[in-house]
Design a protein around this ligand. Sequence first.
Ligand code: GMT
Length: 377
Amino acid sequence: MKIGIVCYPTFGGSGVVATELGMALADKGHEVHFITYNQPVRLDFISHRLHFHEVVMEEYPLFQYQPYELALSSKMVEVVQKFELEVLHVHYAIPHAYAAYMAKKMLEDKGINVKVVTTLHGTDITLVGSHPTYKTAVEFSINKSDEVTTVSQSLKEDTLRLFSIEKDIKVVYNFIDAEKYDRAHEAECKRSALANPEERILTHISNFRPVKRTDDVVRIFEKVQREIPAKLLMVGDGPERLKVENLVKEFGIEDRVLFLGNSSEVAKILCYTDVFLLPSETESFGLAALEAMAAGTAVISTNAGGLPEVNIPGKTGYLSAVGDVEDMAAKALEVLRDETVLTTFKSNAKAHVKEFSLSKILPQYEAIYKRCYAVAK
Ligand code: GMT
């Protein structure tokens, strides 16, 4: 099939899922066209079936805010027409679903019928999308999509609770290409570069937005390192980073915390990790936790949103209430202190990830596209 993928090209989870999906679809023989304002950061696969179309914004002094939706929907119309795309799969409702609806209507005017699949990723529903500023337009564009998917059962329930939805919503989980994370290359995993042999390694990866509660990560780690030798790897960047760096200084643990910034080497970093910390306030799924589990890491997280669908307490890690730093530190210590428990949790995590393998999830999206296409014909 010929599929257009619209997403944020950044390190955020929705962009990562969209990019990995596009690359997998191209690998399977589909023609895929990414339409976004930059080349997606995870787009590292070269194929004649993969195309990237940049949405170029023209600065104009009259505009206080540049009208990105207009440029995006015009680009969608251009690409659908030129390459005869059958489906536009938009990731993250704002503004992508809205722009796709406009593109669809403009194309209808030209006698072209393109189908729109909208995947909701989390904050487009739970935080930004349900805000009165955007709610009407988000609800409208969800209802006008030909197919709607959410990345967890929890996000589906949130969507139905926060909006008046007339569409059937299908749950299609986030997925992982587990081979990428296989520890087959364990020999190359130079743990000694980051920690001493007796130290446990804890890792957190996020965009350092307030919703990630990155200060809780540091508070948990501060308690852990009082009890056992340990290092904390903080991966990613965002608005809370400075505050968190200051907290590390306040605790006087700078020598045990490494800030690695945004990285495309997530799999490599995770191969060093014993416990992954994700104390989020809300989390529709928690792709970062799934990636950590694929690398064979136990997970200590909150029970927010879809996290209980990913992290199985007592098996792959533990869940705690949002903000319960004491509990998360105690559970991390329980796992880290006992080599047998840690090894069991790590291998359980790796095994559980198979539920979310690319080979299981990709056909679900293909079936959705095919259904659209059948209706379109
Ligand atoms: O919060 C992030 O890390 C980024 C955010 C995004 O919109 O890109 O991630 C959301 O989508 C991911 C992919 O579907 C999910 O795995 C994340 O849980 C979700 N984040 C939140 O719900 C806070």
